[in-house]
Design a binder for this molecule. Structure first.
Ligand code: H2U
Ligand code: ZN
Length: 346
């Protein structure tokens, strides 16, 4: 069967889910009208921004005059450290469990007008270091068994503020998606005596058709089983379970790769490319987790232009997720873009 011609299903070995691929519907999805979104000029400091240095946040706390990154406990945390821990089961059809946790916000830069791809590699590297420290410190807490670091970028992703920032939610139980990935990686290790994502990164590197950018330590690719049109996954080539396992040069390589990938994304539709991005790392539940291979998922909603996005509706909400443009065409499209940001091009 020719995967670029006929409808087929692809399997996600990391979650056990399937995606329906219908490549015959759009042979060349990028050849067509592409409208440019208005890219607003932003000030480097906004007196009304609750994340800019020296400004006050909800509840009246004032941000310090920070120079690089700044982390604070979310003023509207979804999880609370002192939530009651007694069981709340009342009935087998009305099941509820208590859940403790800590939520934080991280400002990537004091500059209101920057985004990760517009920051210098050394400044992104500082962000990587802060992520590592937060992952480790929060994970050390006895009641924190999983730390989720993520970034929601752009108004289409429900991000409320353009100031470059991300979030960290950490909690007692391992949430569903990382738990699924834990189970699948463990099963693969037990049956193959090797790591799922080590094997996958190796095979993708040999095939090359889904690779977007790479360096000595990391590879960014459109996964074979991608759901979102321009979804990517960033993988360390070496077996590393979390940021804490990375060497200093590997952390630099990660920062550099994230910048290069981000520039390509922005250049694709000449906009500040919206996405949800998140790090999947070893749970911090004190188990060994030798099966765990650190990776980053990028889930961007845009499909055809800066304003046309994919909707997860109809068949996808009711049956299974589906895509038209194949993972291979999406990777080829991302590969042919420049690594000079469109805002910096003459
Ligand atoms: P977004 O990245 O989705 O825009 O969320 C920003 C977070 O910042 C959000 O979780 C928090 C919100 O609770 N926040 C504060 O902690 N303090 C504020 O003064 C405003 C927003
Ligand atoms: Zn700001």
């Amino acid at each position: 069967m020719n995967l670029s011609e006929y409808p087929h299903r692809r399997y996600n070995p990391l979650t056990g889910d399937w995606v329906l691929v219908s490549p015959h519907r759009t042979k060349r999805p990028w050849q067509g009208h592409q409208e440019k979104a208005q890219v607003e000029e932003k000030p480097s400091y906004d007196p009304n921004c609750y994340l800019c240095p020296g400004n006050s946040r909800a509840g009246g706390i004032t941000n310090p005059d920070y120079q690089n990154t700044f982390v604070f406990v979310n003023d509207f945390s979804a999880l609370l450290e002192d939530a009651p821990t007694d069981r709340m089961d009342e009935d087998n059809l009305f099941i509820a469990h208590s859940e403790r946790g800590v939520c934080k916000v991280i400002c990537f830069s004091p500059r209101h007008d920057l985004t990760l791809p517009l920051m210098e590699v050394e400044d992104i590297r500082r962000v990587v270091d802060v992520w590592e420290e937060e992952y480790r410190r929060l994970g050390e807490k006895e009641f924190i068994n999983y730390v989720q670091i993520f970034e929601n970028r752009g108004a289409t992703m429900g991000c409320s503020n353009p100031h470059p920032h991300g979030q960290i939610w950490s909690n007692e139980t391992i949430p569903q998606i990382p738990q699924q990935e834990t189970n699948m990686q463990r099963h693969y290790l037990e049956t193959h005596q090797s790591c799922l994502l080590c094997d996958y990164a190796q095979k993708e590197t040999e095939r090359g058709e889904r690779i977007v950018v790479e360096n000595d330590s990391f590879v960014a690719l459109v996964p074979f089983w991608a759901v979102w049109p321009f979804e990517t996954m960033v993988l360390p080539r070496r077996h590393a379970a979390s940021l804490s396992d990375l060497t200093q040069p590997e952390r630099n390589d990660l920062a550099s790769l994230m910048k290069r990938l981000g520039i390509r994304y922005d250049n694709l539709f000449q906009t500040h490319f919206p996405y949800s991005m998140g790090l999947h790392q070893r749970p911090t539940d004190a188990q060994e987790h030798s099966e765990w291979h650190f990776h980053i998922h990028y889930y961007p909603p845009l499909l055809r232009s800066a304003t046309v996005k994919k909707f997860m509706v109809g068949y996808e909400l009711l049956a299974t997720v589906q895509r038209d443009i194949s993972a291979e065409s999406a990777a080829a499209r991302l590969r042919e873009l420049s690594e000079t940001h469109f805002l910096r091009q003459e």
